[in-house]
Ligand binder design. Structure first.
Ligand code: PBG
Length: 333
């Protein structure tokens, strides 16, 4: 049975009645933000310094391994379910062949082991892409000025396996190479990792909003741009095709990235596919709010909460956000 909702005319209908007080607004709220919606991205390094501030990401530090374990405990205690790990590598380990990405004793596998041994009940998500490991800062292997697809995918498979063997629960390919989800899924199945989750960065756009992240992982000067593999911000149908391909290749969850400038894509993907759809509120979105707050232009907590709720309203199952720990504290109070 279907019917067309009938709206009473004024003054029978006064929409403001429901807005008159906090209790009535809460009573009819259509969406809510919960701590378990949040995935917290953290940056780790293997130097002696416990915490090193990141200039362009106010309030976000690069963490030593010991410090990362401490933060994992705090996050778990706050109810955060998943941490996303990003490495800041020593300059000498960044090479043209990105071989540090496939080192079983590399930084990320080591961090995974350290966290899993002390905080086994928090989920660990790892990025799969070569940009923290290449000397040029691209996500794939660069040969004669081109990012080569299939040779990169071979590396991504190895990178996945060393990270999963270190204890990662969710692998999140963020590289946008073609065919990588299927290749990674097959490799996981073939090596007995039947339960490893794949959260595909399925609709990832070539974006100016990644600027502060590159500072965070220490990419000095990216040669060129990422437009031959990341999506053109003009496109929406293409996002639907990318997501369809990744689901058909074995992704358990998909992601749209960046967040706020692509809210239409979040909504379209979540409505079209009905699979868990995540969104990444990326570094530039976070930095923009921090900068405006610093100038006194808006309220920090209200702005942060409003953006996160917008993602829920658009249909996101969860959000990767640098605000996660702070917001978890706010939600607790
Ligand atoms: C790279 C990767 C990027 C981010 C996550 N993984 C940047 C890029 O593609 O250049 C961005 C995260 C952020 O900006 O917060 N594979």
């Amino acid at each position: 049975m279907s019917f067309t909702p009938v709206l009473a005319p004024y003054p029978l209908a006064r929409p403001r009645r429901l807005r008159q007080s906090a209790w009535s607004r809460d009573l009819v709220a259509e969406n809510r933000l919960h701590v378990s919606d949040l995935i917290w991205p953290i940056f780790v390094h293997d130097r002696d310094i416990a915490r090193e501030p990141i200039r362009s990401l106010q309030g976000v530090d690069r963490l030593s391994i010991t410090e990362a374990v401490k933060e994992a405990k705090e996050a778990r205690d706050l109810g955060i379910k998943v941490l996303a790990l990003f490495p800041h590598l020593d300059e000498r380990l960044r090479t043209v062949d990105a071989k540090a990405a496939i080192d079983p004793n590399g930084l990320i596998p080591t961090v995974c082991r350290a966290i899993k041994s002390e905080v086994p009940d928090i989920g660990l998500l790892v990025d799969v892409a070569l940009d923290p490991y290449t000397d040029h800062g691209h996500d794939g292997l660069l040969v004669d000025g081109k990012i080569v697809n299939d040779a990169t995918v071979e590396m991504l498979i190895q990178q996945t396996l060393v990270q999963v063997e270190g204890g990662a629960d969710i692998v999140a390919p963020s590289d946008m190479m073609d065919g990588r989800i299927g290749a990674i899924r097959n490799a996981l199945e073939a090596t007995g990792h039947h339960d490893t989750l794949i959260m595909s960065y399925a609709a990832k756009y070539a974006s100016a909003f990644y600027g502060p992240y590159r500072d965070a992982i220490g990419v000095k000067a990216l040669k060129g741009d990422k437009k031959t593999y990341q999506m053109d911000s003009a496109n929406s149908d293409e996002a639907v095709r990318e997501v369809a391909i990744d689901i058909s290749e074995g992704a358990d969850m998909v992601m749209v990235k960046p967040g706020l400038p692509y809210l239409d894509i979040v909504q379209r993907v979540s409505e079209t596919f009905k699979v868990p759809t995540f969104v990444y509120q990326v570094s530039g979105e976070y930095a923009m709010i921090k900068a405006a707050v610093e100038k006194g232009f808006m309220d920090h907590d209200r702005a942060a909460l409003e953006t996160l709720l917008a993602f829920k309203r658009a249909g996101a199952s969860g959000i990767l956000t640098y605000f996660a720990k702070h917001v978890a504290q706010l939600l607790r109070n």
